[in-house]
Design a binder for this molecule. Structure first.
Ligand SMILES: *[C@@H]1O[C@H](CO)[C@@H](O)[C@H](O)[C@H]1NC(C)=O
Ligand SMILES: *[C@@H]1O[C@H](CO)[C@@H](O)[C@H](O)[C@H]1NC(C)=O
Ligand SMILES: *[C@@H]1O[C@H](CO)[C@@H](O)[C@H](O)[C@H]1NC(C)=O
Ligand SMILES: *[C@@H]1O[C@H](CO)[C@@H](O)[C@H](O)[C@H]1NC(C)=O
Length: 368
């Protein structure tokens, strides 16, 4: 009786101790979580696996009539609340406006870059202890200054992190706590840009990051070989030069006319954290960690809620997360979400076929 009372009061004391901010080993001095764990506050940005939503603006939901070209069931705000900390998107120049489109704006129009950035900024405003990374594929080679204008008008530029080294890889990144304290909590990698001193927070992706192959089409096709930049040699060599490793961990499946779409049939396996099954994120992550000698910094997945994919990052980071919203891990379909399933996949398929033969003619018809 007495001993159990003592145990209870000891537990109570240790809880109040935590609440008063008595630091534990490896835990931030405020006791607050950074990116969903106090253990991550004092860890360098590059020594953390950031789970990412590939093509985060291309949704397969009611709004897009469950377009087969969609890569995610949930939008960026839901993704951030569920723990996703890397958002990837494709930027296109549509008559002078920057839009997020899937290969072509007629195939899938994910809205303007500015509204995408605004949504992320609003989430960051209300989540001040979170560090977010963007990866923008600059499909039409827009200059950094032009892309930066959308960062300015959305208001997100104030969070932009500009490293001291403007021209290349960085072996030691700040800790999350350093980024949070400076309120430079947005790390933005952009392809096909030059460093621009007026927008120093836009980082040319391949000066800092290397990637494994994308467009993998079989469960056994994932590996840890450097695909881009091709000049870097092996993954462990790239890491030793200070580059951050990114795993493209999503599967495509070929439809007709050479069009590929996300492979949703294998998604439960692809996004699983299991480390003893071929083709899972867990196995891919563990394999690259072993080959490179460090945990992968980034992993990109489709349909992030399935798995949920974030478990692989938690496993690699060695954390038990706090402060996340949990989402259904189900594959969303017109039927499961109660949406009218009048046209659904038939029309989307037509759209994809139309893309091969002439998007402009069929595009509007398809997604109206
Ligand atoms: C990376 O983080 C681990 C904790 O998971 C730590 O033991 C290790 O020292 C860190 N590496 C560097 C280079 O800081
Ligand atoms: C963007 O597109 C517009 C119209 O299609 C074109 O005039 C402009 O030169 C393009 N901008 C760049 C930087 O390529
Ligand atoms: C790595 O995977 C990619 C995609 O499956 C493949 O094209 C490439 O040949 C593989 N590399 C090695 C060394 O196995
Ligand atoms: C695979 O790993 C899981 C835990 O992640 C374990 O429960 C299961 O027994 C393992 N299966 C095999 C075949 O090793």
């Amino acid at each position: 009786m007495l001993s159990s009372l003592l145990a209870v009061s000891a537990a109570f004391l240790s809880l109040t101790g935590l609440a008063q901010g008595i630091p534990q080993a490896g835990v931030s001095s405020t006791g607050a979580a950074c990116n969903n764990s106090p253990l991550l506050c004092d860890r360098n940005y590059n020594n953390i696996t950031h789970m990412g939503a590939h093509d985060s603006a291309f949704l397969r939901n009611k709004e897009t009539s469950f377009s087969t070209a969609g890569n995610q069931f949930y939008d960026v705000t839901a993704a951030l609340s569920a723990g996703i900390r890397l958002l990837q998107a494709q930027v296109h120049n549509l008559s002078g406006a920057l839009k997020l489109c899937h290969t072509s704006c007629s195939l899938l129009d994910g809205g303007s870059l500015e509204s995408f950035l605004s949504d992320i900024k609003i989430w960051m405003d209300s989540n001040p202890n979170e560090v977010v990374t963007l990866l923008l594929v600059n499909s039409d080679n827009m200059p950094a200054a032009t892309i930066g204008d959308s960062f300015t008008t959305s208001g997100i530029s104030k969070y932009g992190f500009a490293p001291a080294s403007t021209s290349g890889p960085m072996a030691t990144w700040p800790t999350l706590q350093t980024l949070i304290s400076a309120n430079t909590r947005l790390v933005s990698f952009i392809t096909n840009i030059e460093h621009d001193s007026t927008k120093p927070y836009l980082l040319p992706e391949f000066d800092y990051v290397f990637e494994t192959a994308f467009g993998v089409s079989s469960v056994g096709g994932f590996n840890c070989t450097v695909d881009r930049p091709s000049s870097l040699g092996s993954g462990s060599t790239a890491v030793s030069k200070g580059y951050l490793g990114l795993l493209n961990h999503f599967l495509d499946i070929e439809q007709s006319f050479g069009i590929t779409v996300p492979d949703v049939a294998n998604i439960a396996t692809t996004n699983s954290a299991s480390t003893n099954t071929t083709g899972t994120a867990g196995t891919h992550g563990a394999q690259c960690q072993s080959e490179w000698g460090v945990r992968p910094t980034f992993i990109l997945v489709d349909f992030f809620n399935v798995g949920p994919a974030i478990q692989t990052a938690d496993q690699l980071n060695g954390i038990s997360p706090v402060g996340r919203t949990s989402l259904s891990t189900a594959v969303l379909t017109a039927e499961s979400s109660g949406a009218a399933s009048t046209s659904g996949s038939g029309i989307s398929w037509f759209g994809l076929a139309g893309f091969g033969m002439g998007v402009i003619a069929l595009g509007n018809f398809v997604f109206l």
